[in-house]
Design a protein around this ligand. Sequence first.
Ligand code: 13P
Ligand code: SF4
Length: 391
Amino acid sequence: MTTVDLPLLPLGRGSDRLSERGVECPGDLPAVSDPDLVARARAAKAALGDRVFVLGHHYQRDEVIQFADVTGDSFKLARDAAARPDAEYVVFCGVHFMAESADILTGPQQQVVLPDLAAGCSMADMARLAQVEDAWDALVDAGVAEQVVPVTYMNSSADIKAFCGRNGGAVCTSSNADVALEWAFEQRGPGTKVLFLPDQHLGRNTAVLKMGMSLDDCVVWNPHLPGGGLTVEQLRDARMVLWKGHCSVHGRFTADVVDRVREEVPGVTVLVHPECTHDVVTRADLVGSTEFIIKTVEAAEPGTAWAIGTELNLVKRLAAAHPDKRVVFLDKTVCYCSTMNRIDLPHLVWALESLVAGTVVNRIQVDADTEHWAKVALQRMLDLPGRSHRD
Ligand code: 13P
Ligand code: SF4
């Protein structure tokens, strides 16, 4: 087994180019207290005009999302980025793996900027290429690799997506994981298995709740244990080999808070993201991607009550946008996604003003070979027949 050390770097210090983790943010950032930040962002955007396209993930701060030309979940933003070949600069207000996907899906003349390079994703960091290659070797040794289709969640680094592309697999997002799994299980006949990276919860929830598998069809590969902590028989019997990764935000919701909110808010409908644990998802009323959550609350009758289990910036905006409905956060002890929150107004202003001055800062550029194979896996996702029935 390859040893991969994963000490967390202090955000914004040091560098690790192979990881989603924080690297330095060079240059002079405007002060957070600068009263002109909004006016400066507005002026820089106006000066750049159609040359810049600003994408904002739903988990971004209000101060940033107000400058997004489009907002969306990771699936929608990947498509939106690909649909603007005329924009010279794509400023991605989201996290590193999303900016990488935007770079892969945009043309070579377009430059993708991530306003703060410390905006990584702890889940994406839980699957490193060397670890995934070790797991694949174990599947080869167990004599099952030919039956395995690797599927990676969008929330993974470009080299993991490229691994999937090279090995006949695809990317999925939380809004099309079921469609991607249906596709994957058709690829190698009746004995097909899926290696699902890196979010065990999305993999398990989709396999069991949408594909009709049992929990016993799923095993968890722990990259920190020899042989993933699994026997050869377990690998041979499993239909889903789930990577032991999780989201550090959604993974914090617990099953008992679902029961508690039902006691506290009469008639509440509990709506959660599929990155939550299986216990939470099975206790909830509805489960779906960020876009599904937004559309469901938008379509709800006035006077209805909703407890939402996803990132706090989004839940607060939903509550503010729907004063005729009661929208509460599922668990007050769960906080913002700290890496999504790295993108703040000073970083956005700094990135935009640098572009106006002719300097491209924090460019995200995926190398040509990784880009080629990651694009194969992304394209397989974009070619899937429609999105989940729930969206
Ligand atoms: P979606 O944008 O696919 O809903 O994923 C949620 C998430 O955790 C993004 O980091
Ligand atoms: Fe990663 Fe979770 Fe933050 Fe999304 S919400 S960027 S999966 S840590």
